[in-house]
Ligand binder design. Structure first.
Ligand code: SF4
Length: 436
């Protein structure tokens, strides 16, 4: 009788393969190289990915060739790096995954700027694609591969039929039907998080803004900003409707198709108060650049439960180099976190992680200090969606020193701050009801 296979942890520790390099020809055909191994980049460093940094390519991910960028592989025979004539390939990993290593390539001088995405290193081994990323959240809110697109289409049209005079419904139905926005698709399906864009302007000029890019920036903004300011009634109508369909509802101001929601904080407070007074339950959240500390108390009193603060670094210089604040400064962001905690809000960071920059000692030290001072609750390990070379030129000088890797970075934070939670999405906070 054959020995019984023991599926204990020992099995799980099976050696991860060393994926081979992927290259693309000019027609976009992608091949795995027979001998050369995949490399990844952490900051300026090019190296073989560590076993804990790679994972099979998750479903709903995309990969593409990089124009004007030649693939670079590792020759295990000679120990040398080899620049290919073929183009490099990178992956845009699906939500809930954080990039641990960026695609390795040699850039032509006239290479076009890359669109506002993240570019994970990807390779091939044992009949499958392997990518430099780590799953950081088990939540399925942005998994649509098992959902019939017809249900989304029908749901969006049904919303427009039910609320014919609601401009915000028409805007979001359009986002679901035309842009494939995951948040708008969830509203059409009546599940998870309900998007509530309101702001037509912003008080920052983020280099990688997805809703507004200045002429000549070299990369288009993938979304258009909302062209009107919804009324309290238009907002609350959607919230109450979504609350009837999703028992663990989350409502989020601050979406990709708008400016900064705090520029409208009075509208957010009025809508939330009205929603709560009409029996509205669930988690009301604001995704924000946290530029206005004075807005935290009135939002908390109105019934907002959480804020998610967008941050690419816990330090002033790299923060201001990327966000290019117009009418506020980094200290206002820090003060907003303090005020939010003081008034009982759950505070998450929308932490824009770039391998080789954020996972460095100085950044970690400053993040420790911010966590100790504010005791903020949650870090969403997001990807900085920016052309890697541009990110290194803009931010590299602000993040000196070797990279410790995403896993070590998270492990050290978790070890020092035992209350801190990690993930990728805004958590459902139960039913705290109407504010202070
Ligand atoms: S805060 Fe948001 S809307 Fe404003 S510039 Fe940055 S990404 Fe764009």
């Amino acid at each position: 009788m054959p020995p019984r296979i023991h599926y204990g942890p020992r099995m799980a520790k099976r050696e991860k393969p060393r994926p081979h390099l992927l290259v693309a020809d000019r027609d976009g055909n992608i091949y795995d190289h027979p001998d050369l191994l995949m490399l990844c980049r952490r900051g300026e460093e090019m190296a073989l990915p560590r076993p804990d940094e790679i994972t099979p390519l998750p479903p709903d991910s995309e990969f593409f060739m990089l124009p004007g960028r030649l693939a670079v592989g590792f020759d295990p025979e000679t120990g040398e790096l080899e620049v290919m004539e073929e183009l490099a390939v990178a992956a845009f990993v699906c939500p809930a995954h954080t990039v641990t290593g960026v695609a390795a390539y040699a850039e032509d001088d006239d290479a076009p700027a890359l669109p506002l995405l993240s570019y994970a290193a990807i390779g091939y081994a044992e009949g499958k694609f392997w990518v430099c990323s780590k799953k950081v959240d088990e939540d399925k809110r942005q998994v649509f591969s098992n959902i019939d697109p017809e249900r989304i289409r029908a749901g969006a049209h049904k919303l427009m039929k039910q609320f014919p005079d609601n401009r915000l419904v028409r805007h979001l139905a359009g986002c679901a039907l035309n842009y494939g926005c995951p948040a708008a698709k969830n509203l059409a399906l009546g599940r998870f998080e309900c998007p509530l864009p309101t702001a037509r302007t912003c008080n920052a000029r983020c280099v990688g803004c997805i809703s507004h890019q200045p002429e000549g920036s070299g990369f288009p903004s993938p979304q258009e900003r909302i062209a009107f300011t919804p009324t309290v009634e238009e907002i609350v109508e959607i919230m109450l409707h979504h609350g009837k369909r999703e028992k663990r509802a989350i409502y989020s101001f601050g979406q990709g198709c708008e400016g900064e929601p705090l520029t409208n904080w009075k509208l957010l407070a009025d809508a939330t108060r009205n929603f709560r007074e009409r029996g509205g339950k669930g988690t009301v959240n604001v995704n924000t650049n946290a530029s206005l500390p004075e807005a935290m108390e009135p939002l908390a009193r109105a019934g907002v439960n959480s804020i998610r603060v967008s941050l690419n670094s816990a330090r002033k210089d790299p923060y201001e180099a990327y966000y290019r604040p117009v009418s506020y400064c980094f200290e206002d962001v820090q003060e907003s976190i303090h005020q939010a905690k003081k008034h009982g809000l759950f505070v998450s960071l929308n932490y824009l992680f770039f391998p080789g920059l954020n996972d460095t000692e100085e950044e970690l030290k400053t993040l420790h200090a911010l966590l100790e001072e504010t005791r903020l609750d949650f870090i969403q390990l997001r990807n900085l969606n920016l052309d890697p070379q541009l990110a290194l030129e803009l931010l590299g000088p602000h993040f000196p020193g070797p990279a410790m890797g995403l896993n070590n970075f998270r492990k050290r934070l978790r070890k020092t701050h035992d209350w801190l939670r990690f993930g990728y999405f805004n958590p459902y906070l139960g039913d705290p009801g109407a504010g202070e």
